[in-house]
Design a protein around this ligand. Structure first.
Ligand code: MLT
Ligand code: ZN
Length: 458
């Protein structure tokens, strides 16, 4: 196998060193035993095609690997698979100033794409804390959302074209960057959110947005999630929201401990909001201040402050964006769920007693993109518990949480994907008929089950 891989990739772009296998065989999850056989570093779709042909012949499984920031085990190798790292395919291929689109290789880092768009006086608006490491190919595979979905939507909304190598070894150019294309099934959208189970995305063409208008960032404190939702509704009505994020008092405490920063508010609250709002003029600023006063008067918030400069804006955002890193040393068990925004309070009401009964002494940390109905729940592992015991306990409670989500017609994974971690629970969100159709789609694109097998669906 080593010789065959070296023939395709040259010896310098194949590795089976223990160090590399450990590094490239996993994502940000911490609960899987990693077992990869090789890592290859393609530089073109044609090389990927040759690899797929070889893998079909030898019945060897392949795993796509981007920035490895995933949180569902979607890029983990557990069964001696070959890891396909796209870190060398990281270039801008074409910028089209008339269409305001950019064609990039799949291994481009999200933040570099954002910077590139900026250098052209434009904006790539999909944004999240992992921007400095995640790849655009991985963003497509998981239909990444993040912090600005309320204003700019998800990755899907920006993809106008894809080049993919399917599990049959075909190279497809999907949608050719057209705005209008009424010629049947839009296969591009099947690949977006497919979690790398149908083939490899090698190139992505994205629309870019007009540069962001000046904005204000607010840091607010509220006494209940119901009041947070009221605040959201009020601001949504009177201002143009770019982001509306929530973190609990415990989340704030862990960020304070990890970073040495302290809350921008003088009085404590049970929940905090970080909200970015468009503010291109004094009139807009006045509207924001009026909304803030209304929220205070109505008791929706107990305290609040508006960023006065760039440095303060960064600090406000750090309270939200540093949560994942601040919790990492407690190897949290994560859930990433969503309901329609209006159903968030009802969902919380159903879930509160489940947590109170099952985790009376454990630290359960809530935060998330409350403006789009996406909540992140991180359960911290007690120091005296092994990882195995902890996961077993959490999984028992998952079934109860997911039933509550099903009752509210929500999703067991809003943005992190199903991967390995949520696969046993897929039926809480997707019907048996849907899952059967998904299996059928997988069979068409990957008849030999060599592309990221065992992820999303069996
Ligand atoms: C976030 O919103 O910060 C990410 O989805 C990461 C996480 O849930 O830890
Ligand atoms: Zn998130």
């Amino acid at each position: 196998m080593l010789t065959e891989l070296q023939n395709i990739f040259t010896p310098t772009r194949v590795s089976n060193s223990a160090e590399d296998l450990k590094k490239y065989g996993k994502d940000w999850t911490t609960y899987f035993d990693i077992n990869a056989s090789f890592i290859v570093f393609p530089e073109s779709a044609e090389e990927v095609q040759k690899l797929v042909q070889l893998a079909r012949l030898k019945k060897i499984a392949l795993i796509p690997s981007g920035g490895r920031t995933g949180l569902s085990g979607g890029a983990c190798a557990l069964n001696g698979e070959i890891i396909v790292s796209f870190e060398r395919m990281n270039k801008v291929l074409e910028f089209n100033p008339i269409e305001q689109t950019v064609r990039v290789q799949c291994g481009m880092i999200t933040e570099e794409l954002q910077e590139y768009a900026k250098s052209k006086g434009l904006l790539y608006p999909v944004d999240f804390a992992a921007r400095g490491s995640s790849h655009i190919g991985g963003n497509v595979a998981t239909n990444a959302g993040g912090i600005k979905v309320v204003r700019y939507g998800l990755t899907r909304d920006w993809v106008v074209g894809l080049k993919v190598v399917t599990g049959t070894g075909a190279i497809l150019n999907l949608n050719q960057s057209l705005v209008k294309n009424a010629t049947g099934y839009d296969l591009r959208h099947l690949f977006i959110g497919s979690e790398g189970t149908l083939g490899f995305v090698t190139e992505v063409t994205l629309r870019l947005a007009a540069p962001q208008t000046p904005a204000k960032v607010l840091f607010l404190g509220s006494d209940s999630l119901a009041q947070v939702m009221q605040t959201y509704s009020l601001f949504k009505k009177h201002t143009t929201l770019i982001a509306f994020e929530m973190l609990s008092d415990k989340a704030l405490k862990y960020v304070e401990q990890a970073t040495g920063m302290s809350s921008p508010l003088s009085s404590p609250a049970k929940f905090y909001i970080v909200s970015e709002i468009e503010c291109p003029s004094e009139k807009h600023e006045q509207q924001i201040m009026e909304a803030l006063e209304k929220a205070l008067e109505a008791g929706h918030i107990v305290d609040g402050t508006v960023s006065q400069n760039e440095a303060q804006t960064k600090i406000f955002w750090r309270f939200r964006e540093d949560i994942t890193e601040s919790l990492a040393r407690y190897t949290p068990y994560k859930n990433d769920i969503s309901v329609r925004v209006s159903k968030v309070p009802a969902l919380i009401e159903e879930m509160d007693p489940i947590f109170a009964k099952n985790y009376p002494t454990w630290d359960v940390i809530w935060f998330g993109h409350i403006g789009d109905g996406n909540l992140h729940i991180s359960i911290l592992r007690p120091a005296d518990m092994t990882k195995e015991e902890f996961v077993k306990e959490c999984r028992k409670v998952d079934a109860l949480i997911f039933q509550a989500i099903k009752n509210q017609q929500g999703s067991i994974s809003a943005e992190h994907g199903v991967g390995l971690t949520k696969k046993p629970f897929l039926s809480f969100t997707r019907s048996a008929e849907e899952i059967a159709l998904m299996r059928g789609v997988k069979m068409v694109f990957d008849p030999d089950h060599i592309i990221n097998p065992g992820k999303l669906i069996d």
